[in-house]
Each structure stands twice: as C-alpha cells, then as structure tokens.
Write a protein that binds this ligand. Structure first.
Ligand code: SF4
Length: 236
C-alpha cells in the first residue's frame, strides 16, 4: 500500500562538515568568516524554502522484475540484479526537497550569485541524502515491528542512474509509483524535476546481501564510490 512518510526538518538537516566536505573542503579545515557566513545564509534559506515529502510503496519480486528490466539498457552486470533476488522485502520510494528550494537555487545561479547558489545546492543535496537514510531506517523499523527484522538485517536504497541501473529505469518506476503525487515529474531525458529528488528501491534482507566487491564493469568511472562507506557501516 502506498504511504506518505513524514520527513522532519531536524532529521534531514545536514551538518556543516558534510556540506563543506561535498564542496571539497576536508573535515577539520579552519574556514574563513566569509565561508561561515555563506553557510549560515544557505541554512537560513534552506529553512525558508525546503518542503520535504516522500512516498513509499511495497512491491513484489515479480512486479519489480518487470520494472527493473526498464527500457533494456541496464549494464549486463548491473549490481542490483545480484542483490534484490536475495531480499525478504522490497519497496519503491520517491522523495523530494520540494520545488521552492530548487527554484531558489536556480534563481541564485541565474542572478550570478554562484557562491550562495553552490552552498545552498550542497545543503539541499545533503538533506536529500539524509532523507534517503531516514526512509531506509523507517522501512527497517516498520519491518522490525511486523516481520521481526533484527540487527542481522539491513534496509538499503538503490537508485536508477547508479551502479549499472540505467537512468531510463525511471520511466517504469514512475509509472508504478506515481511520484507526481508529491510534485516530482520526469523529463524526457529522465531527469527529475525538482532536481533535489531521489527515487529508488528499498531492499530489506540479511546484511550480507548488501556486501560485494566494487569491481563491476562501470566501477572504474564511479566518482563517489559511496558503496564503500555503506559497506563499512554495515560491517561495523
Ligand atoms: S564503486 Fe560506484 S559504481 Fe561501483 S558499486 Fe560502488 S558505488 Fe556502485
């Protein structure tokens, strides 16, 4: 059953370290007053403009198989094909930071305020990532109550456009989940509008199904290698 998940501001508010780290400033760097002022201003704007919302819908293995096939453009060794068949539960999700904050970022860039635009962009991207973690935790907690999921299990999200799952996979995902209900639309090039939105598959199962070696055909061109941190957290 499709449900709306509440995303509270306090849960998705990113910290200064993570926002600056995304901009290439290592944690522990002493920052100058002008950067601190930009961060403070971006945080104020974030509070004024963010409108987070999220929907989740459970999906069966067979239904997801059809969606995952998408437009037939996934990599032959797409990561998710080795993971979701071993899951106990699957759900599709879509979340957004809302139109107003994306419009504000666009406006800042269009009026040549690149410094503040870049800072707000980083705040919004980090908030969306935190929101994704909130949804993963929410699904884990729901399954703990209803299906006895325990600490040997984990719920992680996997998104089209990453790890061999072609971005065109958004088309069938949108047809099933209908994220338009929370204001997310899909462009003809499969970009989401507003930009600060995330979709994906929540995969719940034993922790080991989420562990793998990052040596797939597409890994050599991966910039963030976010799987390494995720697996480190799972192992600890
Ligand atoms: S290295 Fe990058 S592309 Fe490869 S599995 Fe990890 S996150 Fe995905």
């Amino acid at each position: 059953m499709k449900q709306n998940i509440e995303l509270s501001l306090s849960d998705i508010l990113p910290g200064k370290n993570e926002v600056l780290f995304s901009l290439g400033i290592p944690v522990g760097t002493e920052i100058v007053d002008s950067i601190q002022a930009l961060f403070d201003e971006a945080l104020d704007l974030f509070h004024q403009t963010v409108q987070p919302s999220c929907i989740v819908n459970e999906i069966s293995y067979n239904e997801f198989e059809r969606i995952f096939r998408g437009e037939g453009k996934n990599a032959d060794d797409v990561l998710l094909k080795y993971i979701y068949p071993k899951a106990n539960h699957l759900a599709l999700y879509a979340l957004t930071m809302g139109k107003t904050i994306s419009d504000k970022i666009d406006h800042l860039f269009n009026t040549n305020d690149f410094a503040l635009g870049t800072m707000l962009d980083s705040v919004a991207s980090n908030a969306a990532d935190k929101a994704s973690n909130v949804v993963q935790d929410w699904y884990f907690n729901e399954l703990s109550k209803t299906h006895g999921l325990n600490s040997n299990s984990a719920t992680l999200g996997y998104s089209p456009g990453y790890c061999g799952w072609d971005i065109s996979g958004q088309k069938k995902l949108f047809q099933y989940l209908e994220p338009e209900q929370i204001g997310i639309i899909l462009s003809s090039s499969f970009l989401m509008i507003p930009l600060k939105s995330i979709t994906g598959l929540l995969v719940a199962g034993k922790k080991e199904i989420h562990l793998f070696k990052d040596n797939y055909s597409y890994c050599s061109t991966c910039k963030n290698r976010s799987c390494i941190d995720r697996m480190k957290k799972l192992r600890s």
